[in-house]
Structures are given as C-alpha cells and as structure tokens.
Design a protein around this ligand. Structure first.
Ligand SMILES: Cc1cc2nc3c(=O)[nH]c(=O)nc-3n(C[C@H](O)[C@H](O)[C@H](O)COP(=O)(O)O)c2cc1C
Length: 350
C-alpha cells in the first residue's frame, strides 16, 4: 500500500482526528472542546441562519486555540414543485390526521441552504483554517474564493470515482465516508445506493487511488477503530456519532435516549426527512412508509412538511417523526466530555 501523506502536513493539529460536523446536533461548544483537546473541531453551517452562523464564527475565531473547520452543504437547490409537494403530503396524510393537523396549512420551504457568494462574504473575514463540504464542491469561482483566503478544503467521497473527482477539482484531502456513517451520505456523482461501500472496502481503495490525504469516516468509535482505519491507509479519522452524547453537543434529550437504547442497533438509510439518503435510527415514520419512499421530494424539500408532525410527537415525548441521525456503531456514545472522548480515540494513533 502506498504511504498516505500526513494530515498534519496540511492542518497543524496534535491528533489527526476530525470531529464530524453534525448539523442540528452541535455548534461551536463541541467544536471548541475538540480543538482544545488537540483534534479538529467542526462547525456545521447547513442549518444555521446567517445571523447564527455569524455569531458562531465569531466565537470560534475568538476562542479556538489552533485550527478549526466550518462545514457547508453544496447541493443544487431544486425549484418548487407543487405536484411533488402534494404527493408527499398525501403520503403523510395518516400522520396529519392522527396529529389533527391540516396539511394545507403547513408551509413548504427549503430548510438547508447551500454555500453561496453571500455566505462566502460572511465567512471571508474569519478565514477559517479549514472549510469542509458535503455533496461535492461548490462552483469553481466560489471554491477559488475559499482557497484564496487560505482555507484547507475537504470534502466527502462515497466511491473511488468521487474521491478522484474531488482530488481533480481541488480538494486538499478527501473524507472516505463508509456506508456505516450517520447522517447524510455525501454522494454526489451517483444516486445509486448499490454503489455505496462499507468503510473496510472503501477506505483502502480510495487510499490507493488518490495522492491527497484520506480521512476515514463511518463506524469509528474507539481507539481500536482508529487503529484499524490507520492500518487501512487513512491519514486521519472523522468521527461523528460517538460525539453525539457528549455534554457539549446540542443533541436533544429524545435523540440521546434513542442513541443509548437498544433501538440504536437498527439504523437505515432514509430519504424521508430531507429527500436525500441519510442514516438514522429506525422510527415509526420509517417503519410505516418504508425508509426510501418514492414520494419524498427532492433534497431538501421533504423537511418542511414533516416539521409540525415532528413537533407534535416530540411534545408527547415521542420520536415517531423525528430524524434520529446515527451511524451503525453507537458503542462510543457515552455521556463523557468531548475532551475525554478525543483523548480516548487518540490512543489509536499511538
Ligand atoms: C447527527 C449527524 C449529523 C451530520 N451532519 C453532517 C453535516 O452537517 N455535514 C457533514 O459534512 N456531515 C454530516 N454528518 C456526517 C459526518 O460528517 C460523518 O460522515 C459521519 O458522522 C461519520 O460516521 P459516524 O457517524 O459513524 O462516526 C452527520 C452525521 C451525524 C451522525
């Protein structure tokens, strides 16, 4: 196997360990704790309002010791599609009826916005040391701006072809996202789920194919997992799910409960919550409709119609319509400070 370039040659961190950006489940508090412990803390921007993003960037810029990462989605937003929206609401009708909600009163909307020149205007003064993207890379002029202010650029690949594409289009390192990973699949060259590989198959093949450092993601939850990834050619690891129960994460109480319960043994890829495949713990909506229902509209339009259903059931203490994002390996989910988890995982680099 060829020698992977060191991640520290790109990003001066003590441990080549990236805390995965996790939109909706954490903010600067978790990122700062991981940076403090010698890893690379990440701020997910996909679900933040511009005001909230600005505030979080100020915190990280002022307080992070060493490098930090801000993460954006870079999908192409779909146009409004009234027919698709109607079909989706029809599929959800039994849930609306049970909750006593009139679907015609539920507003449609995007929910997650892609990286843009307007967002770049906001980010530029902070010149984040690292910017990572999900769903490919932004358009060349936009990417050139990010590189121009000096950020190291990372993005996720779910196939060897995507890794080669990212390298050819300017990514400084590639995150190999195995099928075990929690949250959205970063897939962007294909929508075919049969192309998606588990970490043990994906990582060595990407490490062999590209010259940039490869970061392993998906199912890593212990020092032994880190060791295995490094043995398979990784230059570092990105860990998400294991950080979800740390006190610095903003994971809801219901989500934490699910992660720590037997229910977490059964996760699936589902399009129901956003329109793109993402891994979460199986809940009633996924069981009833099937996790990959054809009526789920294009990303990210599925979310809006579900919002009042999610709130209705959550008010009753139930997760029937809540996305419970989780990877397949929840064995690392513990109520321990992020610094402690980071130190434990970092033993795998020794
Ligand atoms: C709750 C949750 C939210 C996520 N949100 C994002 C995100 O906003 N941006 C992103 O690039 N990746 C996101 N991911 C995927 C992670 O970057 C990473 O691929 C994954 O967590 C690694 O697998 P693991 O969860 O098994 O550690 C998310 C993952 C989880 C669990």
């Amino acid at each position: 196997m060829r020698q992977a370039p060191a991640l520290s040659s790109l990003i001066p961190i003590r441990h080549p360990l990236i805390q995965a950006p996790m939109a909706g489940a954490q903010g600067s508090a978790l990122a700062l704790a991981v940076c403090e412990a010698g890893g690379l803390g990440s701020l997910p921007a996909a679900m933040l309002s511009p005001e909230a993003l600005q505030a979080e960037l100020q915190v990280l810029h002022a307080q992070a010791r060493g490098p930090w990462n801000v993460n954006f989605f870079c999908h192409t937003p779909p146009g409004p599609d009234a027919m698709a929206e109607t079909r989706w609401r029809e599929a959800l009708r039994p849930f609306y009826a049970e909750a006593g909600i009139d679907p015609d009163t539920v507003p449609a909307g995007a929910g997650r916005l892609p990286f843009s020149h307007a967002l770049a205007d906001m980010v530029e003064p902070f010149a984040p040391p690292v910017v990572s993207f999900h769903f490919g890379l932004p358009a060349p002029d936009l990417l050139a701006r990010v590189k121009g202010w000096g950020s190291v650029v990372l993005s996720s690949a779910t196939t060897v072809q995507e890794a080669l594409w990212l390298q050819a289009h300017g990514a400084d390192a590639v995150i190999a996202q195995g099928l075990e990973a929690g949250g959205h699949r970063g897939m962007f060259l294909t929508a075919d789920l049969s192309t998606q590989l588990g970490s043990f198959a994906l990582l060595p093949q990407i490490a062999q194919a590209v010259d940039v450092p490869v970061v392993a993601a998906g199912g890593i939850a212990s020092a032994d997992g880190v060791r295995a990834a490094m043995a398979l050619g990784a230059a570092g690891v990105q860990v998400g799910t294991a950080y979800l129960c740390c006190p610095e994460a903003s994971t809801s109480a219901l989500h934490r409960q699910a992660l720590m319960s037997e229910a977490a043994r059964h996760t699936a890829l589902t399009t129901l919550f956003s329109g793109r495949p993402a891994r979460g713990i199986v809940n009633r909506l996924m069981e009833t409709l099937g996790p990959l229902h054809p009526a789920a509209p294009a990303f990210p339009l599925a979310t809006a119609a579900l919002a009042p259903l999610r709130s209705h059931f959550e008010a009753l203490g139930r997760t029937d319509c809540t996305p419970l994002w989780s990877g397949q390996n929840t064995s690392g989910c513990k109520l321990v400070p992020a610094a402690e988890l980071t130190a434990e995982l970092a033993l795998g680099f020794a």
